[in-house]
Design a protein around this ligand. Structure first.
Ligand code: FES
Length: 113
């Protein structure tokens, strides 16, 4: 018998509501705010909270590319965060939590970290 630990997934919205090159905010049941981003066919999940301002605004940041790394720039002070790892490219040692994101039957799901 094999025992596997299942990650829990929450359906948040239709994938068509996440525009390419942009983000949307999703509120999980426990109050966690997740920013979901789409670059082409890839989806990413980061905490929506900008660690520098404390404001839940990263979903409204500008999605771009820094030397081939997909990033979002905070709309407040413009620091850039790696969409895949949450690492801040402008400030050593700072990062935001990441969340796994999957699309099933056209619906975006966010997983437990
Ligand atoms: S339900 Fe509209 S963006 Fe998620």
């Amino acid at each position: 018998m094999t025992v596997s630990v299942e990650r829990s997934w929450v359906a948040v919205c239709p994938s068509g509501e996440v525009p390419t090159g942009s983000g949307v905010a999703a509120l999980l049941a426990d109050g966690t705010q997740v920013a979901i981003f789409r670059t082409g066919k890839d989806f990413f999940g980061l905490s929506n909270v900008d660690p520098f301002s404390g404001a839940a605004v990263l979903s409204r940041g500008i999605v771009g590319d820094s030397s081939g790394v997909p990033v979002v720039a905070s709309p407040i002070y413009k620091q850039q965060f790696d969409l895949a790892t949450g690492r801040c490219l402008d400030e050593d040692g700072v990062s935001v939590p990441t969340y796994p994101v999957r699309v099933v039957n056209g619906v975006v799901h966010v997983g437990s970290p």
